[in-house]
Design a protein around this ligand. Structure first.
Ligand code: FES
Length: 333
């Protein structure tokens, strides 16, 4: 058997579910040294049941500032009355700093979802794989943990390699290590940066690999998996995908508005945010539609996976990933 499939958020079209759910923070815990990672438990104000979810799902969280951020659900899907998310403090990151500094227990929030763009296809229940290798880098453990618990409960043959800078920076390490020898913890301070070959040691035909972590780790694993026949890769990365074959172009902020340059190696969203800090965005990967703008003139280079032909004909553009093949886009801002 030789099959290779690669999925990630950019290639999956999630079910659009924009229901808004009021929640309140019922618990806040520090999950890594230096308070780098905190987890929040969220429940309905009246503790009623919350919409169900499956491993790999995430929430869109509306923060009091108006920011919208996505966080993987990392609790127990069997707990129907609370959600757990975890947030790593990102230097210069407005959303993560807001959660770390200004969201104590008792804070009311609104969440949307849950949505699942990183579903776990269970071996023996629809997936042709016979075993699973989970790969988690740092906060990338969050969507992986519920998958691990499900794999264990179903008696699936699975292993996890959990990587990060040092043991005390790894969130939920105790929860991961409770599974004993199935789990390998590999830290940079003791072992150096892991290579893809090390992360995939022992992976062969019939294995499904679920990888979540920094973009370089996901890219290295994706490249290595292509060389192994019969391995299925599912991945989720935390940052915007690399820009491939980008060319510089201009965007004009409304008819007669300012014209700004978008270099070949930057996204239109990043440049736009410097001039319009209130421009909405969320996933930065071209699937949530939050950053949608209207093009009044110019020829877009659409790089998202979700807009319909009719929406594109209508001038819609997802500026986090889409570009212009050269020249200028006039945005209807
Ligand atoms: S930010 Fe999600 S589609 Fe652009």
């Amino acid at each position: 058997m030789h099959w290779t499939a690669v999925t990630n958020r950019r290639e999956l079209v999630p079910r659009v579910d924009d229901r808004r759910i009021p929640v309140v923070v019922t618990e806040r815990r520090v999950e890594a040294s230096g308070e780098e990672v905190v987890s929040l438990r969220l429940a309905a104000p009246d503790r009623r049941e919350l919409p169900p979810w499956r491993p790999g799902a995430h929430l869109d969280v509306e923060l009091p500032s108006g920011r919208l951020r996505q966080y993987s659900l990392c609790g127990d899907p069997g707990d129907t009355r609370s959600y757990r998310i975890a947030v790593r403090r990102i230097p210069g990151g407005g959303g993560s700093a807001e959660i770390h500094d200004n969201i104590p227990v008792g804070t009311a929030l609104v969440v949307r979802g849950p949505r699942n763009a990183f579903p776990f296809a269970v071996p023996g229940y629809g997936s042709p794989a016979q075993r699973v290798r989970f790969l988690a880098g740092g906060i990338g453990i969050t969507p992986i943990l519920p998958m691990v618990r499900l794999a264990e409960s179903l008696g699936i043959d699975w292993t996890l390699v959990y990587t990060g800078r040092a043991r005390d920076t790894l969130p939920f390490l105790r929860e991961a290590e409770q599974f004993g020898q199935r789990v390998t913890v590999r830290t940079d301070d003791r072992h150096g940066l892991p290579t893809a070959a090390e992360l995939l040691a022992g992976v062969g035909t019939g294995t499904a690999v679920y990888c979540c972590g920094p973009a370089p780790m996901v890219a290295a694993v994706a490249g290595a998996v292509r060389e192994i026949p019969g391995v299925e890769l599912h991945s989720e990365r935390f940052s915007a995908p690399p820009i491939v074959n980008g060319v510089p172009f201009e965007i004009q902020l409304g008819a007669g508005g300012a014209v700004i340059e978008v270099p070949a190696d930057r996204s239109a969203l990043d440049v736009l945010l410097e001039h319009r800090p209130d421009q909405p965005y969320s996933c930065r990967q071209g699937f949530c539609r939050t950053c949608r703008v209207r093009v009044a003139a110019g020829t877009p280079d659409h790089r998202d996976k979700v807009l319909t032909p009719a929406e594109r004909d209508n001038g819609d553009l997802l500026v986090c990933v889409s570009r212009c093949a050269g020249g200028r886009l006039v945005l209807d801002l």
